[in-house]
Ligand binder design. Structure first.
Ligand SMILES: [Zn+2]
Length: 219
């Protein structure tokens, strides 16, 4: 009877954790940093011309992100590795290095908005087919010092839609190249995610496009 009961419970739990379920990566990785730039006016999104002092719009309703469970597991692998990196570029990181997420799941309605503002599919996926972000299968990330929360120097700011953000840009200091390489090692070699050649901050599941497009705002 007890076994039957446990079977029933596990069946119910399994049914609630489908492979396309979106989860909060903080639940799996408590020390991962979240700074959803689109939930604040602090984003350089596409250099939208603003009139006078009108602030840039907030595209997201809160500073919490979601990703596919498979992506959360990949991020955990990357963060578990980075936490062991206590010396890098000749500097000490007593608590190791960590990931900061700038963007994860993105409602499809926001994708339509982005594309209307900047219809350039190199940087903004056409919402008609949808972005891997709309499926929870992509993240935009950088590295931080886990002791201080300070970001490591990277080739460009987030959403710098220029050739400078490309992985092939080596017109950089060795320190910056090493930082980009460390992120790439953790995310692609350790966590088995795909890089995106045009944006050093973007990583996605290799099968991201097979997950459903979703369109709801975080609360
Ligand atoms: Zn991205």
């Amino acid at each position: 009877m007890k076994i039957l009961f446990l079977l029933l419970i596990s069946t119910i739990l399994f049914a609630q954790t489908g492979l396309d379920e979106l989860v909060n990566p903080k639940d799996l990785i408590p020390d991962i940093a979240i700074d959803l730039r689109y939930s604040t006016p602090n984003h350089s999104f596409l250099n939208i011309p603003t009139k006078g002092d009108i602030p840039l719009p907030k595209f997201y309703t809160c500073n919490e992100t979601l990703v596919l469970l498979k992506m959360a597991n990949a991020l955990k692998l990357a963060q578990d590795y980075l936490r062991t990196v206590t010396s890098h570029n000749g500097k000490n990181y007593p608590k190791g290095i960590g990931i900061k997420i700038w963007d994860g799941y993105r409602p499809r309605a926001i994708q339509y908005l982005f594309f209307a503002i900047y219809p350039n599919p190199t940087y903004i996926a056409d919402p008609a087919s949808g972005s891997m972000h709309n499926r929870g299968g992509a993240v935009d990330v950088t590295l931080i010092d886990l002791a201080t929360g300070e970001e490591l120097a990277m080739p460009t700011k987030f959403d710098d839609f220029s050739a400078a953000a490309s992985h092939s840009n080596n017109n950089l200091t060795q320190e910056v190249i090493n930082n980009r390489d460390l992120l790439k090692y953790a995310m692609s070699t350790i966590a088995n995610l795909n890089i995106y050649g045009s944006e050093w901050w973007h990583y996605n599941l290799s099968d991201a496009s097979s997950y459903p497009l979703q369109d709801f705002q975080m609360k």
